[in-house]
Design a protein around this ligand. Sequence first.
Ligand SMILES: CC(=O)SCCNC(=O)CCNC(=O)[C@H](O)C(C)(C)COP(=O)(O)OP(=O)(O)OC[C@H]1O[C@@H](n2cnc3c(N)ncnc32)[C@H](O)[C@@H]1OP(=O)(O)O
Ligand SMILES: O=C([O-])CC(=O)C(=O)O
Length: 372
Amino acid sequence: MTVTRGLEGVVATSSSISSIIDDTLTYVGYNIDDLADNASFEEVIYLLWHRKLPTSAELAELKQQLAMNMELPKEVIEHFKMYPINEVHPMAAIRTVVSLLGLYDEEADVMEVEANYRKAIRLQAKMPAIVAAFSRVRAGLDPVAPRTDLSFAANFLYMLTGKEPDAIAVEALDKALVLHADHELNASTFTARVCVATLSDVYSGVTAAIGALKGPLHGGANEAVMKMLKEIGTVENVDTYVRGKLANKEKIMGFGHRVYRLGDPRAKHLKKMSEKLTALTGEPHWYTMSVEIDKIVTGEKNLPPNVDFYSASMYHSLGIDHDLFTPIFAVSRVSGWLAHILEQYENNRLIRPRADYTGPGMQSYIPINQRG
Ligand SMILES: CC(=O)SCCNC(=O)CCNC(=O)[C@H](O)C(C)(C)COP(=O)(O)OP(=O)(O)OC[C@H]1O[C@@H](n2cnc3c(N)ncnc32)[C@H](O)[C@@H]1OP(=O)(O)O
Ligand SMILES: O=C([O-])CC(=O)C(=O)O
């Protein structure tokens, strides 16, 4: 048996959702640069789920369905109040609450295509509400109900703060949501597909995917980047800190990628937003520090920044708590997970690879009273 560590380069499925070819990312054949500059997140959700851009009427209908399904059942809020909310990581809470939502969805185990689509709408709509409600309940505040007249990105910021957000904040968040929506067979998407390929339900697939996104080698890296920026503190400290870490063979979070070699095409968009927002908030040092780190890591190790690097300083500038950075990734990526889950059901086969056994050879069972 030949083992490919980490399944690097292994092609495990066919998919018509997104592609990474020669370091270019497309969603259904549309270049991510075009989508980042022109499309709203709602348009991207439609594109991923239907493999075509929506007409105005189709987009309006999707927006309405999302807005109408955002409100959380009261059980979720009660649930937040039952555990030590200030001691749990929001990703653990969100993972638990998505699973909990499945208990209150009468269609949770109905496997028809239309029922799965309806669940996709409900889950996509509720993700921002879960993150916002968690954040408010732990701050001792009441959750804010969504508004039907706001976009998905604006509604999320509104539910988080209780205030109508600035246009620039909505633009930045919407772009980030577009950029994070899907990414071929990344670890969390693969997890979702493995889970539902047993013909388990949509809630189980998304719960499993959230667990995979949480880790710092995947979605959790954006929070780790902000932790590093705070630790470094000033532009003057960057050189010693980064070179010291590299000399110790430690990883610099937000750099490197399993697939991209020349660089992650999403990073430049987030870099631009980070520069703009850090200047607006009067804290340009977060951006300047990031650029200095980027110069050293890219120069010394030939490892360009990935999607998680500049998103950290950008989200910080939006006033978002640092442990909510990865949950925001999940608010966007759930669109991709759901597209892949629906695609997996369309042409399902159990995903079950093999392991090259490296333990001892055949052994004779020894009764417990004869073991030394
Ligand atoms: C949304 C996302 O999931 S994007 C990725 C987010 N994750 C991060 O930013 C965490 C930091 N980056 C990493 O850990 C890796 O680059 C990964 C996990 C993204 C990709 O990992 P892999 O393809 O498995 O590469 P692997 O970890 O084997 O690294 C290969 C070599 O590059 C080095 N390397 C990889 N990433 C980094 C990094 N960020 N900093 C320093 N060195 C690095 C490794 O130490 C290793 O060096 P070696 O060959 O001398 O031992
Ligand atoms: O594709 C990957 O391995 C990780 C990544 O960039 C993503 O999920 O957006």
